[in-house]
Design a protein around this ligand. Structure first.
Ligand code: SF4
Length: 316
């Protein structure tokens, strides 16, 4: 058994059986690239913006059918999530996003629609309209939102040119919750400027807000990004693999054990990258983290004892 609450278990509990995400790409952009906030993008963001895994030229239905045909038999899966993963999905005009979602819902066995976005692109009326569309087409389909937070340290967010702060994230969480979206957050545990205190505070804030799941990333540097240039000029240092492992373990120990964890680090193609996962396979690093936790007898939530007036515990 893994020493953390796995997202796959969370999905099994929610949907009654193994459920797989089918990552979709939409032809869109984000306000940090199109000039609304800026045109440089986040300093770690490659042009692909997380869309490595499927072809944006294909229709949503086509992408879903192809992925389903590949993943279904391979993993013996019958239920799927239409996962709109790239750029900033809610930065589309509402009628267009509704059109894509409607198209996704024409595919059989889609039990959830998941949207990823920036915290400053979450609006109550917009989410309400999505909710109402999904309820009208198929009220059994769940809705979730994944928010790119990356760090609760707003100085590090500024250094990464994110263009939003922690306040936007808190606002987005409260808004999405009012509209009954399930919530996930993405974090980069080694964002430049962050140290172990930030890692602990990441866990504390997500626990206090009680998001439903979290996805962890180790920073990778795609060619042509500002962070890659800083790294090549010797202005940015990457932490060691040992330090990253320590950060993941600490994060999990501070995290509410009811929050599911999607992954402990991501992956990116070596080609076109200046730095990816210390030159190692992400599965191998995952296994190293788990082995270390088992060796220490450590598990998610071991240090989750700081909320709900913890200073008053002495009177209990
Ligand atoms: S918000 Fe997302 S898509 Fe936009 S620049 Fe940043 S990482 Fe890239």
């Amino acid at each position: 058994m893994e020493p953390y609450y796995k997202y796959s278990d969370f999905l099994k509990e929610k949907h009654g059986e193994k459920t797989y995400k089918l990552p979709l790409n939409l032809p869109l952009t984000c306000p940090n690239r199109d000039g609304q906030l800026g045109d440089k993008g986040c300093y770690f963001c490659g042009e692909e913006a997380a869309g490595f895994e499927s072809e944006p030229e294909e229709s949503i239905r086509q992408q879903l059918l192809e992925l389903k045909e590949y993943i279904g038999p391979r993993f013996n899966a019958n239920k799927f999530i239409a996962y709109f993963q790239n750029f900033t999905n809610t930065y589309l005009p509402l009628p267009r996003l509704k059109m894509y979602i409607r198209e996704a819902l024409t595919v059989e066995d889609i039990v959830e629609v998941s949207l990823s976005t920036r915290p400053d692109c979450v609006d109550y009326e917009y989410l309400k309209a999505i909710k109402s569309l999904v309820n009208t087409v198929n009220s059994e389909v769940a809705l979730s939102l994944e928010l790119g937070l990356q760090s609760v340290n707003y100085h590090s967010l500024q250094r990464a040119n994110r263009g939003h702060t922690l306040a936007h994230f808190i606002d987005a969480v409260l808004t999405a919750r009012t509209c009954n979206f399930e919530l996930g957050a993405h974090l980069i545990l080694n964002l430049p400027g962050d140290d172990m205190e930030d890692v602990k505070e990441n866990a504390r804030i997500l626990s206090a807000l009680r998001v439903d799941n979290v996805k962890l990333h180790a920073l990778y540097l795609r060619e042509g990004t500002e962070f890659a240039r800083q790294y090549q000029r010797g202005e940015l240092e990457m932490i060691s693999l040992e330090e990253y492992i320590e950060r993941v373990i600490t994060f999990l120990e501070y995290l509410d054990p009811r929050i599911a964890v999607q992954r402990l680090l991501g992956r990116a193609p070596r080609e076109g990258s200046v730095f990816v996962n210390w030159g190692m396979d992400n599965r191998k690093i995952h296994n190293m983290i788990i082995a270390e936790m088992k060796e220490r007898g450590s598990k998610q939530g071991d240090k989750f004892n700081y909320l709900q007036g913890h200073c008053l515990d002495k009177f209990k």
